[in-house]
Unconditional design. Structure first.
Length: 137
C-alpha cells in the first residue's frame, strides 16, 4: 500500500502544477519519469481513477465528468423500480460499487475493462433517460 500512497502523493503534486489543463491523456509516465520511481520503475498510472482524471484532464473537466457519472448512476437508485426496469437499477448499483473501487485503482487503463464499463454505463443512461423523459403518468 505504501507504493500507492506514494503515487497518490506524487499525483497530487502533479495536479497542483497543472490544475486547470492537466497534463494530457496518458501522460503520467512521461510527467512522472524524473520525479517518481517505484520499485525501480516509473508510474504507469496513479492507482486512482479520480486522481488520474484530475491529472490528465485538469480539475474542471474531471469534476464535470465525475458529476455527470454520479448523476447517471445515482438517478436510477433515487427513481427506483417505480419508473425504471429492475435490471437498470441492479446494473446501476453494480456500477456504483465499481466506481467506489476507483478510489484505489485505475482499471480503465485496461481497454477490456473500460469498454465493458462504458457500455454498461451508457445502457443505464439510455434506459434511464428513455423511461424518465417519456413517462406520461
Amino acid at each position: 500500500m505504501s507504493d500507492r500512497l506514494h503515487s497518490w502523493k506524487a499525483a497530487l503534486n502533479l495536479i497542483k502544477e497543472n490544475p486547470v489543463a492537466g497534463t494530457g491523456p496518458n501522460t503520467v509516465m512521461a510527467v512522472s519519469y524524473h520525479d517518481v520511481k517505484l520499485s525501480g520503475r516509473t508510474l504507469m498510472h496513479v492507482h486512482s481513477t479520480y486522481l488520474q482524471l484530475g491529472l490528465m484532464l485538469g480539475l474542471p473537466v474531471a469534476i464535470g465528468m465525475i458529476a455527470f457519472g454520479v448523476w447517471v448512476l445515482v438517478r436510477p437508485l433515487v427513481r427506483g423500480t417505480q419508473v425504471l426496469a429492475p435490471e437498470t437499477v441492479a446494473l446501476s448499483i453494480s456500477l456504483v460499487v465499481a466506481a467506489a473501487n476507483w478510489t484505489t485503482d485505475y482499471f480503465l487503463w485496461y481497454p477490456r475493462y473500460g469498454v465493458i464499463f462504458w457500455t454498461l454505463f451508457f445502457i443505464v443512461y439510455a434506459d434511464g433517460s428513455r423511461r424518465i423523459f417519456t413517462e406520461t403518468e
